[in-house]
Design a protein around this ligand. Structure first.
Ligand SMILES: [Mn+2]
Length: 416
């Protein structure tokens, strides 16, 4: 048995960076082509196929063409929703594509019983007999409740080759940069599955867990942010092979992570501490000297405190122009952690937008006396999340307002 496991395709991502808006669909098409070439028996997509629950029509059209192509070749696709393409109202493009017969959503057959417990059923792959089930991701880890109420015993007793699809962080494996993230403790997952097809964490990670099975995160098909481009360079997915009729030993499953280098990535990090704007410019230009940058994404990160001048004195546009002159496909810059002595009054030192927001929230906690600080932090984060929602394509204004109001009310714990 040979199958593909991908996750976090985020088709339609990089909306605000025109040069990268086609990268996610290109990576998806390439991944699907590799699945066909290597004759996999089936394909698993562990959530976040799309970047939003209602994706833009042009990207959707290309994705549908590709999904139809693999279906017509007799390769079934099994999916769960992720935190991005899930919608609390149930209005998601995944439902439409499932109704059109392009894939099977293995999490939609779950049944909530009268006592609130959740019973999952298996989708059985016709050709291989593999039994597949799973739990979709929700925004901000709301799927936790589903795991708490999951009836695990029946799932554990089921025989055959079993796959559990998930779109959640696992508490015990959280990478360092995501320590604050909501995650599910390992003990909440059903045991004795052969393969746990995970998604949500945008890092490549796999591990044989005694009593459970092989747990694997393939990372995104294409990096979804500046940080991910720096950290991962490119995305990829797994080709998984299981040998023999009895799949009891962990050694009988092999994992092969296939890279999808849509572009080359060059990461330039410059510590500007004690340097003049001119010196920083020269150092940046030095990286491009004698190098071709055709089909390359350049990630330019500036940090530290300049010796003199303002941060805006660095002629960043000229430097970026020089990189484009060498054929770069896209030049991205990140200077959140760049400071100069002119701005000493800014106390926040953080590397990403999220860190900066968090630091600012913490700095101002306790100014209102309605909640304790911990609760206030939680509510503020949840409210910011709710209020930054964007209107989905095709969503009516009234529905959008109702959604935002509903999410905000939920964050505050009030009933409307
Ligand atoms: Mn994701």
């Amino acid at each position: 048995m040979k199958f593909a496991h991908m996750s976090d395709c985020h088709i339609g991502s990089w909306q605000r960076t025109p040069k990268l808006t086609d990268a996610s669909i290109a990576a998806f098409e390439k991944a699907m082509d590799i699945c066909v070439e290597t004759s996999v028996d089936f394909i698993l997509i562990s959530g976040d196929l799309f970047d939003t629950s209602i994706p833009a029509v042009d990207k959707l059209k290309e994705a549908v063409l590709k999904l139809r192509d693999v279906r017509d070749r007799g390769i079934p696709v099994y999916v769960i929703a992720g935190s991005h393409d899930y919608s609390p109202t149930g209005k998601t493009m995944l439902d439409v594509l499932e109704k059109a017969g392009l894939f099977t959503n293995v999490s939609t057959t779950s049944e909530i019983r009268e006592d609130g417990s959740i019973r999952l059923s298996f989708a059985v792959d016709k050709k291989t007999g593999a039994k597949i089930t799973g739990i979709s991701g929700r925004k901000t880890g709301l799927e936790k409740g589903h795991y708490e109420k999951l009836l695990k015993e029946e799932l554990e007793k089921e025989d055959g080759f079993k796959i559990f699809m998930l779109h959640s962080g696992i508490e015990e494996y959280k990478p360092k940069h995501l320590e604050q993230m909501e995650a599910i403790p390992l003990s909440w997952f059903p045991k004795s599955f052969n393969y746990y097809a995970a998604g949500h964490i945008h890092s490549v990670f796999s591990r044989h867990e005694p009593g459970y099975g092989l747990i694997a995160f393939p990372g995104p098909l294409f990096p979804n942010s500046f940080d991910e481009l720096e950290r991962l360079g490119s995305g990829g997915f797994y080709i998984v092979e299981a040998e023999g009729a009895e799949w009891k030993g962990e050694k009988q499953i092999t994992l092969n992570h296939v890279q999808l280098p849509i572009y080359n990535t060059v990461s330039i990090k410059i510590d500007c501490t004690g340097k003049t704007p001119g010196e920083v410019e020269t150092e940046m230009l030095g990286f491009a000297e004698g190098k071709g940058l055709i089909n390359t994404i350049v990630c330019l990160r500036l940090y530290g405190e300049l010796k003199e001048g303002r941060t805006t004195d660095i002629r960043i546009k000229d430097v970026m122009g020089a990189f484009y002159g060498k054929g770069a496909h896209c030049v991205l810059k990140n200077s959140y952690a760049l400071t100069s002595r002119f701005f000493e009054e800014i106390k926040v030192e953080a590397a990403t937008v999220e860190d900066t927001e968090d630091a600012l929230i913490k700095e101002h906690l306790g100014q209102i006396k309605v909640f304790d600080a911990e609760r206030e932090l939680q509510i503020t984060r949840a409210l910011m999340g709710a209020l930054s929602a964007e209107k989905d394509e095709g969503e009516r204004q009234a529905d959008f307002e109702a959604r935002v109001t509903g999410e905000a009310a939920k964050a505050l714990g009030i009933k409307l």
